[in-house]
Each structure stands twice: as structure tokens, then as C-alpha cells.
Design a protein around this ligand. Sequence first.
Ligand SMILES: *Cc1c(COP(=O)(O)O)cnc(C)c1O
Length: 395
Amino acid sequence: MDRAVTRKWRPATQAVRGGTWRSEHGETSEALFLTSGYTYDDAQTVADRFAGDADGMTYSRLQNPTVAMLEERIALMEGAEACRAQASGMAAMTAALLCQLSVGDHVVAARAAFGSCRWLVDNLLPRFGIETTVIDSAIDAEWDAAIRPNTKVFFFETPANPTLDIVDLKYVCDLARAHGITTVVDNAFATAALQRPMDFGADIVAYSATKLMDGQGRVLAGAICSSEEFMEETLLPFQRNTGPNLAPFNAWVVLKGLETLSLRAHRQSENALQIGQYLEPRVARMLHPGLASHPRHALAASQMDAFGPIFAFELDDQAQAFALLDALQLIDISNNIGDSRSLMCHPASTTHANMGAEARAEMGINDGLLRLNVGLEDPQDLIEDLDQALRAANL
Ligand SMILES: *Cc1c(COP(=O)(O)O)cnc(C)c1O
């Protein structure tokens, strides 16, 4: 299908049609090409492809038809010129940073972030002579103040995992652009179904597709969206030679997930708002961008279509948090998110355990914090489960 035609389709159409590339058999559902290599009718064909003079597959570290369908669909949904799938969300974050950074560069990153994203910033980048500064991403002036002459990248999530901090996308992307800094936005908590950072000026949008995009807890996957120029000149040389590629099977699973992404993300957001409203009066503190009590509720409403399935809340201490988790009968104890099942976890002892108590305190993760991913179950069943678990935990 002509790209100029598919580019005009609206998001709901992109989600089920974008990137579809039918084989000679005319299959309705996207084909799964489990192949590492390709064969050629003659020697010149392959020579032309290696020389870049002809389109076509040569090796699945470089191209694969199933993976290419996923990449095109994500790019269309994101409003990006280009996308490349990655083996996992962390492969995407690592590639998005390392492909463009060199010794002597400086990165400004949000303090509130997924534990492994903070590990990249705090441990990996400094080992290669890349300076990093972490800031409170919800205070605009901290972004300005952190800029140095060698600042190359701004790296952040919004909403952030697990404290739901919201970054002002327009402010931070404008600031970056004015200083020639590249923004890398980890959009895992929202996806293009709820928030499109490029509409606010973001340069790179990087994903854990393991979460909402798959949406059913099946495969690890990641993606990086960018301009065609960044893709060709910066990411692809890195990716082709280091190989953090997504397997075709996992790409196919995520392709199927994208067909229902918007439906799931919106319904799960509605359910999460309902559960958040129910829980707010019963817990010590609520961290939910969809509730008026969130310090950046209005900003979140202005840059997101809906607030997402994930929020957090605080109980007094770890004993209360564990008592609540252990009393759940429907909601599972699980550190995954974006799943169609409701899942709850205790970040301080799981996703953010490695970073140590001091860094957690700085990020606002206390020992009573619980993170809830609200699924597609009937919200009344979830409320009844939370009610009995709160009572079992004497709350
Ligand atoms: C889960 C997650 C990641 C890492 O993704 P994987 O697919 O698990 O590697 C990165 N950033 C955020 C915000 C996440 O929630």
C-alpha cells in the first residue's frame, strides 16, 4: 500500500490496517515470517541490496517482513517518520541513548523513572564518560538550570513509573529544541493511544511494547520512533551492528495487540479512574494524574487523551502494603503493567529495589507505596476485592 495513502488514515484505521503488507497469498491477518535469512534469484540482486541500490530483505538483523509491519504500524500510530522495533523496552532505551551519545556528552534525566532506566543514567552512561544529571522533572526550571554547553539529551517518562510524575511535554521539548538538545521520551505508561509526545515537539519516542502495546502479558518487546534522518544516520548504524532486534514471533504478537490498543487503553483508563476515586478516601495518599489531587492534573488532562491504567497510592508502611497485597483474591500480585488483568506490586521491594533506600526516598517511593495496573475486569469486582483486602489489612 502506498505510504502517502496510509499516512492519511485516522488512528483507529492505522491500528488495524497500518503497515499491513500482504504476501502473494492475500492473507487477511499479518503473516509470521520465521526466517533469519533470505534467498535471491541471482547474484546481482543481493549485491544491489547490500549496496543499498535496491530494496529488499537480506538478513533478519537488518530487516524482516513481520517486524517491518509492526514498525510501520507503530510509526503511523505515533505520527513518526520512522520506527524500529527492539528486543525489549530496555533494549530500546539503551539503544536510543547509546546510539547518539559519546564520551564528553551530558544527559539530563528525570529523577522519577523506571528502575532500569535510572540504572542506565546512574551507572552505565558514566562508565563511558557520559556525564548525567538527574532532576525533579515536574519542576520546569530544573530543566533550564541543568543545561550545560555539552548537554546532548533530555531523557524522561511521563507519566513516570511508579510515582506518576507528569512532565510538561511542550515546555521541555521547546527548551530542548532551543538548545539543540535531543529529547528521548519513554512513553510506556501512555502509548500513542493516549499521548503522542511528537505532537508536543519530542524528537525520539521510545517504548516498552511489553506493556500496553502487547497488552496481554505475553512477550517482551520495544520500539524507537524518530525522524527518518535520525533513523538512517544515527540509530540504524548502531542497531544493525549491535543487534538488539525484536524476534518476528514477538513482533507478530504485538501487531495483534495494537489492533485493540486504543480500546483497551481507554477502557482501562476509565476503570482506573473509577478505582482511584474509590480508593482515594481510604488510603494515606493517592498518586493518580486523573484525580484533582494530583499536582499536575490539569497539565496531564491537556496532553493526554485519558490518564492510563496505572496509578499508585501510599499506605503507612511496608507491613500494611504487604497485608493488602496478601489479602487480594482477584487482583494478582505482579510487577508487570499494561496487562488486561489487574496487577498490583510493591515497587520498593521489586521494580525499584536495586536502587537503594536513599535513591528511592529521593524519587518519592516510600515503603508503603503500591502500584496498581487496572485491567479490563468489571470495575465493581475490583472494588469489591479491594474493599475486602483493605478490611483484611485493617484499613
Ligand atoms: C517496563 C518499562 C521499561 C522496560 O521495558 P521492558 O520491556 O521490561 O524491557 C522501561 N520504561 C518503563 C517506563 C517501563 O514501565
